[in-house]
Design a protein around this ligand. Structure first.
Ligand code: NAD
Ligand code: USQ
Length: 399
């Protein structure tokens, strides 16, 4: 298949592009490098050294003999999106290209506006370009489990059958997102659903949980293929952060009581889920939702698992329940369905000692690169970013 991977320079996009290329598909990446620019803005960076995209695809060609095309541009620019879609006429479009950090979207008005503008309008441009130039293509869109929030009932995969005043209907599952970022994903879902209805587009909205890990069989084939590994307070996801914190002797920062529970998955399962969605497309006019995670953990439990794994490696790690900078339930019911990808053939990598060992080892090997000031949480949902942490020199802002 001809597959366009939008946001293919990012944490999930890069290993997915490699995985799809290795599976024999013709892959092209589009990216505007906004994520690398945000590293400059935040004064932070990946724990692992990452090469620029041109070097990455060159290395991939050397080790695999397979070519990945690169398109540099912004989904906000209609001419770019239209031109890329018209020239490639893809069979599938995998859309990762959004601002994906909840804390980043909560820094202040400017960052909230950037996040929703970038995500919602980029996605809308894409829908119009698909309608115009690739109406048969299948859109595989990265959404998030956080669209649902934490309701006191089981979470279904996208839709719920409801009986109300004696009548029944199947309706989109209620959404209660917890940040301006998560809200942008809800807006995207509505726009995609509507586009499928009116233009008969076909789409799969992958409500992905929190991703951990960094290595896939492709990224470890050459140092130039390494994936990014975010650990700081804005882009680092919780398990990756805990492993780095353990490696540098920083207490594991459990927010509040740590009873907040989420769906999690290994980056190796992310790339496989995308492949399964691409190879089993939705029908014309169909908007389907797959919940993409493999296991549920509370944050406190994850911290305990990291402490135990670190102990076996001779590292003494500790847990600190810090005041929660977010507004979220810390004790709640959580039971989310996630069978549709399993039915298609997903064989999950469950969180175990070997993965934790490997993450802790990567963290230990790279500990000299860790910026200690970037570890503690600085963005508060109610107050925005602490003023003393704002850089005084001008920021190269993506806004
Ligand atoms: P990332 O920030 O590492 O990658 C996103 C990529 O998209 C970056 O390379 C960025 O430069 C690019 N991009 C952003 N806006 C763009 C635009 N307007 N035009 C072109 N390129 C643009 O993020 P990620 O962790 O790889 O996440 C990818 C997707 O998966 C996101 O949509 C995110 O919401 C979703 N997701 C991620 C996780 C996770 O734990 N990382 C979990 C659930 C869902
Ligand atoms: N948390 C801690 N300590 C930390 C960091 C986080 O306790 O040091 C807690 C948070 O309060 C939250 C949970 O861990 O309850 C998850 O936080 P996270 O930063 O790992 O993930 P989140 O902000 O939810 O966002 C990430 C991705 C996002 C994706 C989402 C999937 O950045 O792109 O959409 O995971 S989900 O959580 O299912 O919505």
């Amino acid at each position: 298949m001809r597959i366009l991977v939008l946001g293919g320079d990012g944490y999930c996009g890069w290993p997915t592009a490699l995985h799809l290329s290795e599976a024999g598909h013709d892959v092209a990446i589009a990216d505007n490098f906004a994520r690398r620019q945000i590293d400059h803005e935040l004064g932070a960076g990946s724990l692992t050294a990452i090469f620029d995209l041109r070097e990455r695809v060159k290395a991939w060609r050397e080790v695999s003999g397979r070519r990945i095309e690169v398109e540099v541009g912004d989904l906000l620019e209609w001419d770019f999106v239209a031109e890329v879609m018209e020239r490639h006429r893809p069979d599938a479009v995998v859309h990762f290209a959004e601002q994906r950090s909840a804390p980043y979207s909560m820094i202040d008005r400017r960052h909230a506006v950037y996040t929703q503008h970038n995500n919602v309008i980029g996605n809308l441009n894409l829908l119009f370009a698909m309608k115009e130039f690739a109406p048969d293509a299948h859109l595989v869109k990265l959404g998030t489990m956080g669209e649902y929030g934490t309701p006191n009932i089981d979470i279904e995969e996208g839709f719920i059958e409801i009986e109300h005043n004696g009548r029944r209907d199947t309706l989109p599952f209620p959404k209660q997102p917890g940040s301006f970022y998560h809200l942008s994903k809800v807006h995207d879902s509505h726009n995609i659903h509507f586009a499928c209805k009116i233009w008969e587009l076909r789409a799969t909205d992958l409500h992905q949980g929190v991703v951990y890990g960094t290595v896939t069989p492709q990224t470890e084939r050459d140092v130039r293929l390494a994936n990014r590994f975010d650990y700081e307070d804005v882009f680092g996801t919780v398990l990756n952060r805990f492993c780095v914190q353990a490696a540098i002797g920083h207490p594991l920062t459990v927010y509040g009581t740590g009873g907040q529970t989420r769906g999690f998955l290994d980056i190796r399962d992310t790339v496989r889920c995308i492949e399964l969605a691409v190879e089993n497309p939705a029908e014309h006019g169909e908007f389907r939702v797959f919940n993409q995670f493999t296991e549920e953990f509370s944050v406190e439990r994850l911290a305990e698992l990291v402490v135990e794994a670190a102990y076996k490696m001779g590292i003494e790690a500790s847990i600190e329940n810090v005041p929660n900078p977010r507004v979220e339930l810390e004790e709640h019911y959580y039971n989310a369905k996630h069978t549709r990808l399993l039915v298609l053939g997903l064989e999950p990598h469950y969180l175990g000692d070997s993965l934790l060992d490997s993450l802790l080892n990567i963290a230990v090997e790279n500990r000299e690169r860790v910026d200690m000031d970037a570890v503690a949480p600085k963005v508060d949902w109610r107050k925005g970013r602490r003023k003393d942490t704002i850089r005084t020199e001008p920021e190269p802002s993506p806004v």
